[in-house]
Design a protein around this ligand. Sequence first.
Ligand code: SF4
Length: 111
Amino acid sequence: MPALAVRLPSPSAESWDWQLSAACRDADPTVFFHPDNERGEPRASRIRAAKRICLRCPVRARCLNYALEAYERHGIWGGYTEEERRTLQRMRDVGRAPDSSSPGSDDCGRT
Ligand code: SF4
């Protein structure tokens, strides 16, 4: 069986202690994770509530960075929904790809 590609931070306290300052620390977690089949205005309302909490969060950037690095698939992280993070993730992945327009990128080792 192939090993799973887990992208979690290291287990050291420094990797996780930002959560101690999270604005959502005492918030209702159901605000950040949608129930099954949630649609329309209830979903939009819940997302707005979560984003309002994230806006005042002192560790928002670290939260978002963690979620992107770990490919978190569910919930609001760093003020971004799952769909918004997928867009950010694609942009990051493209940014990490070799630049196909750079000189020499298409020579394939030919001389
Ligand atoms: S940015 Fe939002 S989800 Fe992340 S720790 Fe802060 S309040 Fe919680």
